[in-house]
Design a protein around this ligand. Structure first.
Ligand SMILES: Cc1ncc(COP(=O)(O)O)c(C=O)c1O
Length: 467
């Protein structure tokens, strides 16, 4: 039997919500507008909206209209195994963002890429020039996995600062940290396995999980405390978790840094519940303190930690040089790395090894960390002054990413679209979860040349957020 008209209308709107036409938190057309658009009576639309409210698809807000439900559950309810969703939302968003990040006319608050003034470009230019002049044969040879010995030696020396005592043979060079994370996941899990991740999480982790057909459990993460370890405990007790990907230092996007007791606890949990910790330390060297935090790997007595990092955030994202310390998974990781790419570019590995060897890196880091702190203070002050009441920001203690929480009336996807029209890039919160969360949040990169134009862009964003 044919269903009544109001039910057909409700089904149609519900379908549009599932298709992502109306995003979580977005306002749907008013009753009067829908009645006109669909050429049905106001009473029929009201009946349809009321059915959608019963189904939990939309919610009425007095005086304001109807909005798509946000699925903001209480923290204790928020851990759930979500089968991998591959609806393309994140890919489409990131494609647009990456495209925008190549456009010099756009203010790049979106991508997590430092402006070149924060990278030692001139030193690298000299080093690459010298190598090409004196050792042109460098281009004619493969540097097979695990990669350049001189670079691995330099990394082992640097990692002493993070408390890790390593031999060059413990280290495999990768194509950036993304490649290190991907290889680690491939080594510890197979399709269908479950991985615990931070929520919000770095979008590259979400994409890796999608591509490898893994399941994710999103564990809520706060800017103050990082990943919620009570909920991780609950998840590990209830489900067979193969690995947990965690960023203990300056987490992307919310900037959290784990306390010392939390570090001990999460390592203990990985031993007790027999899962691997995949440590993403790509922002570890950018802590604002004089001395960087210890790596989880430094206290890995039971060999449950895989450590991943790269030089993309501090030396040269375009060189694509990262590394992984795989512990007991090292043989599988090296095997996958070899099969996937055979070798890593010799020129960029050697240039970075030379840069690390000549001792200029620490000076460079000290300078950039100070500049990031200045930019952060400026950003926070501008947001406080120009964004609507109720806007909140994180307080990162390192790195260059700020997490902005907007009042309920501002949808970050709408803001993203409006901002792009004004040549301003940002990354909406939706890109940081597989479960359509964070629709009132966005991430802001402050590793930019800060001038009047940047000030004006942030003020313009604030204006777009006003009711
Ligand atoms: C937390 C985190 N991990 C890994 C990566 C990937 O780093 P890479 O560019 O070295 O592949 C990024 C890049 O934004 C990141 O933010």
């Amino acid at each position: 039997m044919d269903c009544p008209l109001y039910e057909k209308i409700a089904n149609q709107i519900e379908h549009q919500v599932h298709e992502g036409i109306f995003l979580p938190g977005a306002k749907i057309p008013s009753v009067r507008k829908s009645s006109k658009q669909m050429e049905v009576s106001v009473a029929t639309v009201l009946q349809a909206y009321s059915l959608l409210e019963d189904r939990g698809v939309i919610k009425a807000r007095p005086q304001k209209g109807y909005f798509v439900q946000e699925h903001q559950l209480q923290p204790s309810e928020r851990i759930k195994i979500e089968p991998t969703k591959n609806d393309g939302t994140i890919h489409a968003l990131l494609r647009r963002l990456l495209h925008a990040s190549q456009d010099e006319n756009i203010i790049q608050f979106g991508a997590a890429i430092p402006k070149s003034q924060f990278l030692p470009i001139r030193q690298l230019q000299r080093s690459v020039g010298r190598l090409m002049r004196l050792e042109p044969e460098i281009c004619a040879a493969y540097e097979f996995t695990p990669g350049s010995l001189s670079l691995r030696r330099q990394i082992a020396i640097r990692m002493l600062d993070s408390g890790c005592q390593l031999q060059p043979d413990d280290i495999t060079i990768t194509l950036g940290c993304q490649n290190a994370l991907m290889l680690s996941l491939q080594a510890v899990a197979k399709a269908g396995d479950t991985i615990a991740i931070e929520s919000p999480a770095y979008h590259g982790v979400l994409q890796a999980i999608e591509v490898l057909n893994l399941k994710a459990i999103e564990i809520p993460c706060s800017a103050e405390h990082g990943i919620d370890l009570d909920l991780l405990e609950k998840a590990a007790t209830e489900w067979d978790i193969k690995a947990c990907i965690v960023t203990p230092n300056n987490q992307n996007p919310i900037g959290a840094t784990l306390s010392h007791p939390s570090r001990q606890r999460i390592i203990g949990q990985s031993v007790e519940h027999d899962f691997t910790l995949i440590e993403d330390d790509v922002y570890g060297e950018l802590s604002y303190k004089d001395k960087r935090e210890r790596a989880l790997k430094a206290d890995d007595k039971h060999n449950t930690v895989i450590y991943c990092s790269s030089f993309s955030k501090s030396i040269a994202p375009g060189f694509r040089i990262g590394w992984v310390v795989g512990g007991r998974f090292q043989p599988q990781i090296e095997h996958y790395a070899y099969v996937q790419s055979l070798a890593i570019p010799t020129l960029t590995q050697t240039a970075i090894a030379n840069f690390l060897e000549n001792g200029a890196y620490d000076r460079h880091l000290r300078k950039t960390r100070l500049a990031y702190q200045d930019n952060l203070a400026r950003c926070q002050a501008l947001i406080q002054e120009h964004f609507p009441a109720g806007t909140e920001t994180s307080s990162p203690k390192g790195g260059f990413l700020l997490w902005v929480t907007l009042p309920d009336h501002v949808n970050a996807m709408t803001l993203h679209a409006q901002a792009l029209e004004n040549d301003i890039g940002l990354l909406p919160g939706l890109a940081f979860s597989l479960t359509a969360q964070f629709s009132h949040h966005f991430r802001l990169n402050y590793a930019l040349t800060w001038d009047n134009k940047t000030d004006a862009a942030l003020k313009a964003l604030g204006k777009l957020c006003q009711p």
